[in-house]
Design a protein around this ligand. Sequence first.
Ligand code: PLP
Length: 285
Amino acid sequence: MTVLALLDGTIVDHTAPLLRADDLGPLRGDGVFETILVVDGRPRELGPHLERLARSAALLDLSPPPRADWERGVEAVLGAWREPGEMALRLVCTRGVEGGDGTPTAWAMGTAVSPEVLRRREQGVSVITLDRGYAPDLVERAPWLLLGAKTLSYAVNMAALREAARRDADEVVFVATDGSVLEGPTSTVVLAEGRHLRTPPPDSGILVGTTQLALFRAAERAGFTTSVEPVGVDELVGADGLWLVSSVRQLTQVRTLDGRELPDTGTRAALHSELTDLLASEYRV
Ligand code: PLP
């Protein structure tokens, strides 16, 4: 099922054309987006997602619609959704039409979470590391590269996933030129060393993950310690737990890295189920 809404709350046919051919979204990938998990009709971390959308837009000098408009679009999608199960809710905002007055084009669209995503949540993933080709300090030296903004230009991220598939892997961890871990093409990397969780810092040019923030919040309440600090690629194999986390995939365990089975230190499965429960407990009513 797919439900598409405009930000005035109108539901429109998602199979009918929506965009002008001269919209800068498809022409240039010039815009921003968010993907939000909806469970039992409730969007998770909607506030942080809307705040990140606004931050991404600011990095692109783009004026997105006001928050109330997004909330109206979200409500329209939620109201028209008729299926059990989880929804991936996308909020998309482009720079509008080429040569236009700068009015952005925006919409909200819900689709069912794919069975493959659910399977990977249960069974974990095989991951390869891929060179992202930049040093972690590039974000400061070259802000025009928009590192850390969630832009519509995801062609490189998708190409990395196809490269993983060519190498018989499911997923990717991007690595900087100095050997530090960045992020996945659509996920944040989190590792555990005992009851300490680590994730790489956003100032290395990666996205601030709403799921990682929620996970660390929940884990800290349960007595875990956390840190946001550089992680060397060599540290991944020895960790007690390694995950790709994001809104729709939630916590997905990394099972193999560059073809090597991650050694089970005896705590991997227990940590995974504890952290999965802790994250879910953030949303229990
Ligand atoms: N990093 C990238 C590049 C992403 O595209 C995403 C989500 O799609 C994430 C990290 C994780 O962000 P979130 O947890 O907010 O979904």
